[in-house]
Design a protein around this ligand. Structure first.
Ligand code: AP5
Ligand code: ZN
Length: 217
């Protein structure tokens, strides 16, 4: 399957993608995670991306599209993909369509996670991520680790992302509304959008998503 996950920052895209990718046996491709991996490895691409991310802006398309294309080139051998955080504007959506057309394949669905803004702010404020794996995501109130600051799954250190400050979150939300939301209409015109509420327990949202995608768990 080829699925795009869309939703505001903090909606739970990364959290849901980890479960959905496992259930559907497809790779989870997150451009945010790819940028963060490049930053921690000190690559040129990471150095270019960091200032944009820290300010809550989108990294320029000429950097992002090439990176996404390289990662997706490996994905067809893996049975498709679950894209998280890409595309993030109409230009990227058009570039993705062109890439898929070139391969003679198409998207199956665009899963749109809906969450009220006050909940998004609470989710981001309490988020803690494992240094060893971006798939290990916690929330200090909703899904706390057993020992404070330590990942249950691997013992890694939990940290707060640099772009999770209140000011940057406000900017990321604004960028979401102005630049990313238009892709929902773009995909609606292709009949691909399924919208679900991302409120409730993590497992409830996963079940809702699987049902919306019409796949058995
Ligand atoms: P990216 O990493 O994609 O960040 P984002 O879209 O802002 O999304 P988040 O990672 O903040 O949230 P999420 O929806 O994954 O939520 P999560 O599951 O963690 O992008 C970061 C930056 O990179 C961008 O600002 C941009 O600069 C750059 N970038 C990336 N892609 C780009 C692109 N294509 N083009 C240009 N630039 C790009 O959950 C949040 C919290 O809530 C966690 O603590 C979690 O435990 C908790 N939670 C999750 N679900 C629930 C639930 N059901 N109940 C209670 N708590 C929950
Ligand atoms: Zn971990």
């Amino acid at each position: 399957m080829r699925i795009v996950l869309v939703g505001p920052p903090g909606a739970g895209k990364g959290t849901q993608a980890a479960f959905l990718a496992k259930n559907l046996s497809i790779p989870h491709i997150s451009t945010g995670d790819l940028f963060r991996a490049n930053i921690s490895q000190g690559t040129e691409l990471g150095k270019r991306a960091k200032s944009y991310m820290d300010a809550g802006n989108l990294v320029p398309d000429e950097v992002t599209i090439g990176m996404a294309r390289d990662r997706m080139a490996q994905a067809d051998a893996e049975g498709g993909f679950l894209l998280d955080g890409f595309p993030r504007n109409v230009g990227q959506a058009e570039a993705l369509d062109e890439m898929l057309r070139g391969e003679g394949v198409a998207l199956d669905a665009v899963l749109d996670l809906e969450v009220p803004e006050d909940e998004v702010v609470k989710r981001i404020a309490g988020r803690r991520v494992c240094r060893n794996s971006s798939a290990h995501v916690y929330h200090v109130v909703y899904t706390p680790p057993q020992a404070e600051g330590v990942c249950d799954e691997c013992g890694g250190e939990l940290y707060q992302r640099d772009d999770d400050s209140e000011e940057t979150v406000r900017k990321r939300l604004e960028v979401y509304h102005t630049q990313t939301e238009p892709i929902i209409d773009y995909y609606k015109a292709q009949g691909l959008v399924v919208t679900i509420s991302a409120l409730g327990k993590v497992a409830e949202v996963t079940a809702r998503a699987m049902e919306a995608l019409q796949v058995d768990e």
